[in-house]
Design a protein around this ligand. Structure first.
Ligand code: AKG
Ligand code: FE2
Length: 268
């Protein structure tokens, strides 16, 4: 694992809203990520459907965008060890200049062979906190290519995005641009990258992914984080009902089970 980011990389992240680091994991680490995520996904798919958001109707459009397994780290210690690794947490925290970061959710996103595109969207407007510094990492477990649905970004869109508005990941790939017509003039940037690469993005940077035109899976493992100190905005999203009901708007989201701290500067 690369253990430092350069000032140029950090600057580029803030300017564009995303950063790719190719070859972030070495071959041994990549194999470990693949095995652990594959096993956790197989376990989840074969077990309770509690966390599956899109498995109801296999013919439905969304079920063919990706198989989405949320919060695998809650039920799989091996995935937890990889995704909550404090070294990765420190890099992610450094990237946004936070004192510390807390997990929002991890998720495996596996675009199936001949899978549908991931429509353009923003992440933060779905979530239970408003932050201009929410950040996700997206680890390529397979080569991500223009052919199989690599990520795409609207560079700089995080600077003008709003919290109140996003669109679902639906049939119309470009629906987001009805909300943000000013982004129609910005050239989208594809981020093809070899397996073992990592892509970070700001949760307010518009992003999507192409269709998978190939007959192979496009596997990715992701995790979203909030800066430590983020507050509840009234949206439930993935908060458990009892926690949701206990919160008032403006309360700190500091529950160590729901939103574990993966890095704090006081730890070094
Ligand atoms: O992997 C994809 O197709 C979409 C990923 C995404 O939207 C995210 O990580 O926020
Ligand atoms: Fe997203």
């Amino acid at each position: 694992m690369i253990n430092e980011l350069t000032a140029t990389q950090i600057e580029s992240y803030h300017e564009h809203g995303f950063l790719v680091v190719e070859g972030f994991f070495d071959d041994v680490e990549l194999e470990m990520w693949r095995q652990c995520v594959d096993a956790a996904v197989a376990d989840r798919l074969g077990g309770s459907v509690e966390h599956l958001t899109n498995q109801g109707d296999p013919q439905a459009f969304y079920a063919r965008v990706f198989t989405q397994c949320l919060r695998l780290a809650d039920t799989n210690d091996a995935v937890r060890g990889l995704v909550y690794d404090p070294r990765l947490g420190k890099l992610t925290s450094d990237l946004i200049g936070a004192e510390g970061i807390r997990v929002w959710h991890d998720q495996a996103l596996i675009k199936p062979p001949h899978g549908n595109p991931t429509a353009w969207h923003l992440d933060v407007p779905y979530w239970s906190f408003d932050s201009r510094d929410a950040i996700s990492f997206w680890v390529a477990l397979d080569d991500a290519t223009l052919e199989n649905g690599c990520m795409w970004y609207i560079p700089g869109s995080h600077k003008t995005a709003r919290f109140d508005n996003s669109v679902g990941i639906g049939h119309n790939v470009g629906e987001l641009f009805n909300l943000y017509p000013e982004w129609r003039d910005i050239d989208p940037v594809p981020v093809p990258c070899p397996a073992g690469s990592i892509v970070w993005h700001n949760g307010l940077c518009a992003h999507g992914a192409g269709a998978n035109m190939t007959n192979k899976y496009r596997r990715a493992m992701t995790c979203a984080f909030m800066p430590d100190g983020s507050c509840f905005n009234g949206k439930r999203n993935i908060l458990p009902q009892d926690l949701f009901e206990s919160l008032e708007i403006g309360d700190l989201l500091g529950n160590d089970e729901q939103n574990p701290l993966v890095w704090h500067n006081s730890w070094q």
